[in-house]
Design a protein around this ligand. Structure first.
Ligand SMILES: [Fe+2]
Length: 127
């Protein structure tokens, strides 16, 4: 079982000490708080806020995933060098259709050197 680094489980002191390391590995979700049932909407997943992640042959973000609770909705894969071998914020827009019930979205990211990272949850109310 891999260790999953979760935004909600990282202590405040650790966040201050390893701020750049944690920031560049943390996926974030941006989408509406409320969507209409059956309507397509965009969910952006982006890595880091302040710090960019390396894009090197042995160290890059290889996967971004979007989950609704325990269901994998979508994922995208990257190859080393896709960001010109320069540090970058990997990001993707997933377009999904709102189901009948409200969602609890989360994003997962894989760094080829530093493992599996989970975003904070994002509640989306379906109306
Ligand atoms: Fe990394």
């Amino acid at each position: 079982m891999p260790r999953v680094f979760k935004a909600t489980e990282i202590e405040k002191e650790e966040k201050e000490i390893k701020r750049d390391y944690l920031d560049r590995h943390m996926p974030h979700i941006f989408c509406p708080d409320e969507v209409k049932r059956g309507e397509k909407f965009a969910v952006k997943v982006i890595m880091g806020e302040e710090y960019t992640h390396p894009d090197e042959a042995e160290h890059f973000i290889s996967v971004l995933q979007l989950w609704n609770r325990e269901t994998l909705l979508a994922e995208t894969r990257y190859t080393a060098g896709v960001f010109g071998n320069k540090p970058s914020h990997a990001e993707v827009d997933f377009y999904i259709v709102a189901p009948d019930v409200s969602m609890n979205l989360s994003a997962m990211a894989v760094c080829t050197k530093h493992g599996l990272w989970q975003s904070e949850d994002k509640a989306v109310k379906v109306i």
